[in-house]
Design a protein around this ligand. Structure first.
Ligand code: CUA
Length: 324
């Protein structure tokens, strides 16, 4: 019975160790260092715990044992100084040094790709200053290269964290912080805001898409293009609605008269896998649902529902879906 209990407890505890946001499943050199530090801390903590429990039992069964002639136990002081002062100082100093090394060791280079990420309630503005690219909630990087992420925030404090790629860093209004990320293998890695920032903090996610350099370059080349021209009359009506309706008050679509940068850039919105900062997959149904009633999907976000008729909604969706 006890064995079954231990087994069940182990399954429950260890089931939290996998998944696509686990620091124990690192896919980059920085995340690997964080995971190594975690395992060392676990081993040290376990050793100290077992030693203390062992000493506890030793003390319990030692009661009544023979003492020195004068009744004292001269070795106690040595044990207390060694176990209570010297050992902790050595362990904590060692861990402190190892933590500093984990935080600072990285293969940074001056000509590394630089990406600027700004946190907003509750989404991520993503810019590639050298490539003249602006997107949202999705960061593309070439695999096998350290990438510099310069983070800031517009409203409140957020925190940038891709657990499988490296440690986390706070995004503070008015201050630029730098975090490096690197992916060892192609894949899609989920990132999460790691500082409580309001009612939709939990739904403030993003994805890092790591691909081979040639695929990354192709992505950049596509993102640099202006928005595609409407190819049908439905798409044409959708574009007119964006420019003349409420969308252009907050969103930019490069190549049109919608130029406001308050909200996410929509120039290539159809190329993104997710909507509403990692909240819902980007497909026709979700896109229409999101535009029709954003507050239902993500209560408290800053996007208002616009008074659109069903035909207008379909026109709008048809145009946005064409923006690959
Ligand atoms: Cu942004 Cu939590």
């Amino acid at each position: 019975m006890a064995a079954v209990g231990v087994a069940l407890l182990s399954v429950m505890l260890l089931s939290g160790c996998g998944g696509d946001q686990s620091i124990l499943d690192p896919r980059g050199s920085g995340a690997q260092r964080v995971a190594t530090l975690w395992w060392i801390m676990l081993a040290l903590g376990t050793s100290v715990f077992l030693a203390v429990i062992g000493l506890l039992f030793y003390g319990m069964f030692r009661r009544g044992a023979s003492r020195d002639d004068d009744g004292s136990a001269p070795s106690d002081t040595t044990l207390i100084v060694a176990g209570g002062v010297i050992m902790p100082v050595i362990i904590i100093a060692g861990l402190f040094g190892l933590t500093l090394w984990t935080m600072t060791a990285r293969s940074a280079s001056d000509d590394a790709l630089t990406i600027e990420v700004t946190g907003y309630q509750f989404w991520w503005d993503v810019r590639y200053p050298d490539q003249n690219v602006r997107t949202a909630n999705e960061i593309h990087i070439p695999v096998g290269q350290p990438v510099q992420i310069r983070v800031l925030a517009d409203d409140v404090i957020h925190s940038f964290w891709v657990p499988q790629l490296d440690g986390k860093i706070d995004m503070i209004p008015g201050k630029v912080n730098v975090q490096w990320i690197e992916a060892n293998e192609p894949g899609i890695y989920r990132g999460q805001c790691a500082e409580f920032c309001g009612i939709q903090h939990a739904n403030m996610a993003f994805h890092v898409v790591a691909s081979p350099p040639d695929e990354f370059e192709a992505w950049v080349a596509n993102q640099q293009q202006l928005a595609r021209q409407p190819s049908t009359s439905v798409q044409q009506r959708g574009r007119d609605l964006i420019v003349t309706g409420g969308c252009a008050a907050c969103h930019a679509i490069r190549g049109t008269q919608a130029v406001d940068e308050t909200g996410p850039d929509l120039t290539h919105v159809a190329s993104r896998e997710w909507l509403a900062a990692g909240t819902i997959p980007n497909n026709r149904g979700n896109l229409a649902g999101w535009i029709a009633d954003p507050q239902h999907i993500k209560p408290g976000n800053l996007m208002p529902a616009l008074p659109l008729g069903p035909e207008e909604l379909l026109d709008l969706v048809a145009y946005l879906e064409s923006l690959e």
